[in-house]
Design a protein around this ligand. Structure first.
Ligand SMILES: Nc1ncnc2c1ncn2[C@@H]1O[C@H](COP(=O)(O)OP(=O)(O)OP(=O)(O)O)[C@@H](O)[C@H]1O
Length: 560
């Protein structure tokens, strides 16, 4: 157990190719289309056309999905045969070194060759030595696929859209070039052209993720006095002084916070040269779109470079992203919008909502691998589930959701990192980006709200080449959306029961309702009844007391 918790501690991890063989093998797999779909499943053709961002649906644009079985019968990762423009696979690029044929699709004019070793980057580009030294200090020995392909693109000042599975090192892929592009802290620079004011901004959708990115920034910044701000109410007031913010190098922020400060004139964005949108599809969905667009529009410097990163990018959002960029390179590592095959995924039927809790308790009564992350659909449900587990004697359980105070949320994250929490119950707020290295299992107690929600939620496990496990509970109410998720599971190499694959294709209207299933706030209805009965009983006792007192008063002899 202690080993699991040691894994939670950040840094000091080597991306050892032998140790992380499955992930490494995934990226090394040749892209050559498989000649014959041996053992191909007829089920793929049932992929809803709405999910056409996969482009695997039969008759879909250009791509065929081929499920392969190795000779020993082991389920191998699905391969893509591609004849559309995505087919500029890395092993077909003349300048790419042949021994490492990472599975990367590249699109765009004249993409730079990837660097499969960090040393190659040093030879080709100017990277501040202190930043470079911090790579090895933090245990980064060689680049992951997205780093190998993405870092050169950004170091050559190109705009980038990068789609790479969860846990494959996207943060470093944009942070390393960020420091290289800034060269040195603004307050130490002799170069007049650096201007005044913040030069790099990283935007992420949640406070927790922004905080995590900020910590990664600090690791790379060590040894030099970079001025980096994790934007919050407190820092926004520090930055209210113009001479302080003029010397700021990097801001890591959520969109709302930055927009509010910009509108109040507490930060200027016209000197920004490097803008990163992490978890871009979330930043470009309806909730954040206006703020994100406002940020992009306010970054008005002529030499602004933009980078868009996510593990998922549905076609519509990708179009919006592309429209924001100039002459971009688009990189896709692995299979777009698909979890890594390192995560063993399964679906568990639990009939109806009241049956979920007993099913979870039964699951937890058998040996499981902590730390474990459990996703509930709403804040009250997460809180209620956490309470139920505690009442059932399960130890080291905690809960994290956006309704909690900032301090409470920070405290939970910190205890999680220290290994003090074995089971964390949470909501969508933790689904994206959060990197707890040791998470072994994810349970979707409530069905995910979309394919993207599924991919990101289960992506909290199986990170940096480790194996993980993801279990998704489904009830009769979730049945219309089951096939959508089942197809994703199949895509990434896990198996799905035949009967699920034989389900009819859900209608477009049904699929729109995914994530809108109404669930009670309390996960244990019996307790709710118990509570209301307790309240009734209390009221009855109080009423009876009142009546007794009144009767006693009435029976007192009246004063003469
Ligand atoms: N080159 C590398 N060598 C070893 N470990 C690495 C390397 N790059 C990143 N990592 C580690 O991999 C883990 C996942 O990285 P990161 O959080 O950047 O993934 P991500 O792709 O952004 O995931 P998500 O899509 O969930 O946000 C981190 O713990 C990070 O320290």
């Amino acid at each position: 157990m202690s080993e699991a918790f040691q894994l939670l501690s950040r840094g000091g991890i080597r991306f050892d190719k032998d140790r992380f063989r499955p992930d490494h093998d995934l990226f090394l797999k040749s892209n050559k289309p498989s000649a014959k779909p041996s053992g191909s499943s007829s089920t793929h053709d049932a992929l809803p056309t709405d999910l056409d961002f996969f482009k695997y649906a039969e008759g879909g644009k250009g791509k065929r999905k081929i499920a392969e079985r190795s000779q020993d019968g082991e389920n191998k990762r699905a391969k893509i045969a591609s004849d559309d423009e995505d087919a500029s696979d890395i092993d077909e690029h003349p300048s790419y070194p042949p021994p490492t044929q990472h599975r990367i699709n590249t699109k765009g004019v004249d993409p730079p060759a990837p660097a499969f070793e960090f040393e190659q980057l040093k030879d080709r580009y100017t990277i501040p030595p202190q930043v470079f030294n911090n790579l090895s200090k933090n245990g980064y020995r060689s680049p992951t696929s997205i780093q190998a392909a993405g870092i050169p693109v950004l170091l050559e000042s190109r705009d980038l859209v990068a789609i790479s599975p969860t846990g494959t090192g996207k943060t470093l892929a944009y942070l390393l070039p960020l420091f290289a592009r800034l060269v040195c802290p603004i307050h130490q620079s002799q170069d007049e052209s650096v201007g005044k004011g913040v030069r790099a901004i990283v935007v992420a959708p949640t406070r927790e993720l922004a905080h995590q990115i900020y910590n990664e920034c600090l690791k790379l910044a060590e040894g030099r006095k970079w001025r980096i701000s994790l934007f919050s109410k407190a820092t926004a007031s520090t930055l209210a002084q113009k001479d302080v913010r003029d010397k700021m190098d990097i801001i890591v922020t959520t969109p709302l916070r930055l927009v509010a400060a910009a509108q109040e004139g507490k930060v200027e964005l016209d000197n920004v040269r490097y803008l990163v949108l992490d978890e871009a599809d979330r930043l470009l969905d309806t909730e954040f779109l206006d703020q994100t667009q406002e940020i992009v529009a306010s970054c008005s410097h002529t030499r602004l470079q933009k980078a868009i990163f996510s593990a998922t990018l549905p076609a519509g959002v990708e179009k919006v992203s592309m429209d924001m960029l100039q002459d971009p390179i688009r990189l896709v590592v692995g299979l777009k919008d698909t979890p890594l095959p390192l995560i063993a995924q399964s679906l568990t039927y639990v009939a109806d909502d009241p049956s979920k809790l007993p099913s979870l308790l039964a699951y937890l009564s058998k040996p499981y691998n902590p730390p474990l992350l459990i996703f509930a659909s709403t804040q009250p449900r997460a809180a209620s589930l956490s309470e139920e587990l505690l009442l059932n004697g399960i130890q080291n359980v905690d809960c994290l959701h956006a309704g909690m105070s900032n301090k409470g949320r920070e405290d939970v994250i910190s205890r999680m990192r220290k290994g003090e929490i074995w089971i964390l119950i949470t909501t969508e707020v933790m689904a994206r980006g959060m990197d707890f290295k040791g998470i072994r299992e994810v349970i979707n107690y409530d069905f995910p709200t979309s394919v993207q929600s599924y991919v990101h939620r289960i992506g909290r496990t199986g990170r940096a080449g480790r194996e993980g496990k993801a279990v998704t509970f489904f009830t009769n109410e979730d049945a219309p959306f089951l096939k959508t998720i089942a197809n994703v599971i199949l895509q990434s190499g896990s198996t799905v029961p035949d009967w699920i694959l034989k389900l009819p294709k859900p209608s477009k209207m049904k699929r729109r309702l995914m994530g809108k299933v109404k669930r009670p706030d309390i996960v244990n209805n019996a307790r709710k009844l118990g509570r209301s009965e307790a309240i009734k009983k209390r009221e009855m006792v109080a009423g009876s007391k009142r009546r007794k007192t009144k009767a006693a008063e009435d029976s007192k002899p009246s004063e003469p």
